[in-house]
Design a protein around this ligand. Sequence first.
Ligand code: NAD
Length: 255
Amino acid sequence: MKKIAVITGGGSGIGEAAAKRFAKEGMTVCLFDVKESRAEEVKKEIISDGGEALAFEVDVSDEDQVTNALKEISQQFGTIDCLFNNAGINGTLESIEEMKVEDWDNTIHTNLRSTFIMVKHIVPYMKKQGGSIVITSSINGNRTFSNFGMSAYSTSKAGQVAFMKMAALELAQYNIRVNAICPGAIETNIEENTNPKDSIQEIEIPVEYPEGSHPLKEKAGSPEQVADVVYFLVSGASSHVTGTAMFVDGAESLL
Ligand code: NAD
């Protein structure tokens, strides 16, 4: 039987690449995105390539929207095997002093609160047969703290890794594995959800990188390179891997 995967932020970037990879490997992919037209577009491409995909307009920080979509999937397929919890924004980049509480909340809600909501509500559908959850964190908040103005983003990404470790232990009894990926710079559309403010100039500390800041290839990674790692983490090839944060950054964050 085909495995059923839910992919949040499946309409663009890393989520889109993972959806296409999962579908190629024979999984049925359910794309959750706040921008449904993008998820629909990806769904169409997957279907025209012979895969199976569904698209849902879901804001992952909205509990009702999440539970309704999950219910619909379980009614259709009876089970959910994988969650790629990936939707996220950079949000407002600003000095701590200037950042509005609502901008802080927006980033934390979109990236971190949503992770709790997704995992909480998917567990009942995975408990019986086991499953795999992969959370997209970041080098920011884990190894990298020099992207000034990203206090909310980095906090949300550090929180996701702490939550992943708690969930890995708690859900091991159901044979649900929980891991995180920490990408470095990846070529996606994330700039659309990035709102830098002038106050960053006041808090920036000049950081001198060695020439070329991506040691492995001297350029940003591709969403497909991240998707390869995500597929490894949901596949049987990683059956003994849980509670791990995997860096996908060409060693960028070690500089
Ligand atoms: P992207 O903007 O290309 O894709 C993100 C998708 O998530 C978009 O389709 C967007 O509409 C969707 N989304 C945003 N808010 C949502 C919400 N509330 N509910 C549902 N969908 C929502 O960006 P990406 O780079 O592919 O980002 C995916 C993840 O990767 C994010 O969690 C991001 O923090 C993380 N990440 C990205 C990079 C990078 O350099 N691109 C690096 C490290 C981590």
